[in-house]
Write a protein that binds this ligand. Structure first.
Ligand code: AKB
Length: 312
């Protein structure tokens, strides 16, 4: 049985991943860690306060709980990182190297997500290959490319079992994202139900990759359980389920809420970031090396999102 430490446990991915892992591996075998605490969090299972920029604290928590796996999720997202680039560097890179050091010293299996943000304006835009040009022009992108390389380095230099995916924009009804460029694709559902209207900060015709959270969580577990002998890549598998622009969400939502109205009020900062990212990425390496598959297309996801938000 695994014993897993999850950093960023209260974030968009962490708050759902911890629950899924506890169902799979047992409640006491998954330790959530975050920089803050919320009421009742310790009733659900083990939880520790830990700032990932403090390597000693991370080591202490990992040793105390005798974990064999670390899933390092704590990070600032793309739009927020443009507002505070130096802080983003400290958290995204400082936290990552600390988590990798813990994995190295304690011989832990390691997961951290990269992102479509690791690509830049000179990357091929359509069906973006697994191995291609990566010259991002955002702090988040610089962090993600450096992170992919660093995790590869810890694998080939020290033999750490590092693994990771390039996540697209993740859509979920549980914990809202904060500070991302793809956040509009979550907000649009809440506003569709509340106001039957949404004003998008991303312009018409701007395609980006997206994925529903259940597919993202399955991808993490499947990759971590994959036979290492089959992995040619390790830390930056392209994975995607949906390539969509705001008007595609509008069309899908209108099937359930015909009066829904989409307008545009483009935010130049987030639009610039979106324009530097691919329209669609090629997930074939993830499919062939560890069997990645996504269950949700935009219509299936939209139906579920609207139902679940209404139930809330
Ligand atoms: C963001 O928009 O910053 C994230 C991502 C695609 O990495 N959702």
């Amino acid at each position: 049985m695994r014993k897993i430490l999850v950093t960023g446990a209260l974030g968009q991915i962490g708050s759902e991943l911890v629950g899924k892992l506890r169902k799979t591996y047992g409640k006491d075998n998954v330790i959530g860690a975050d920089i803050r605490e919320v009421e009742g969090i310790r009733d659900a299972g083990p939880f520790e306060i830990a700032d990932v920029t403090n390597g000693d604290r991370l080591m202490e928590v990992a040793k105390e709980h005798k974990v064999d796996t670390i899933m390092h999720l704590a990070a600032l997202l793309s739009a927020k990182a443009e507002v505070v680039p130096k802080i983003a560097w400290d958290i995204n890179m400082g936290g990552l190297v600390n988590a990798l050091e813990v994995a190295h010293e304690l011989n832990l299996q390691f997961f951290t997500p990269s992102s479509i943000g690791a690509f830049g304006p000179s990357t091929p835009k359509d069906n973006t290959p697994q191995d291609t040009l990566q010259r991002p022009n955002t702090m988040y992108g610089v962090n993600k490319v450096a992170g992919e390389l660093l995790a590869d380095y810890y694998h080939h230099r020290f033999g750490v079992d590092t693994r990771g995916v390039r996540f697209p924009g993740l859509i979920s009804y549980v914990t809202p994202p904060g500070g991302g460029t793809t956040d509009y694709a979550v907000e649009i559902y809440y506003e569709a139900i509340k106001n039957k209207a949404y004003s998008s900060y991303i312009g018409k015709g701007t395609y980006m990759d997206m994925m529903y959270m259940p597919d993202a969580l399955n991808a993490i577990v499947d990759l971590m359980e994959a036979d290492p002998a089959k992995l040619k890549h390790r830390n930056a598998f392209n994975i995607s389920a949906i390539s969509a622009a705001p008007e595609d969400f509008e069309k899908a939502i209108k099937k359930h809420i015909p009066e829904f109205e989409l307008t545009y009020n483009v935010d130049p900062v987030r639009q610039n970031i979106a324009d530097s990212w691919p329209n669609s990425i090629d997930s074939s390496a993830a499919k062939s090396e560890w069997g990645f598959k996504a269950e949700y297309d935009i219509d299936k996801m939209t139906k579920d999102m609207l139902e679940k938000i209404r139930e809330k």
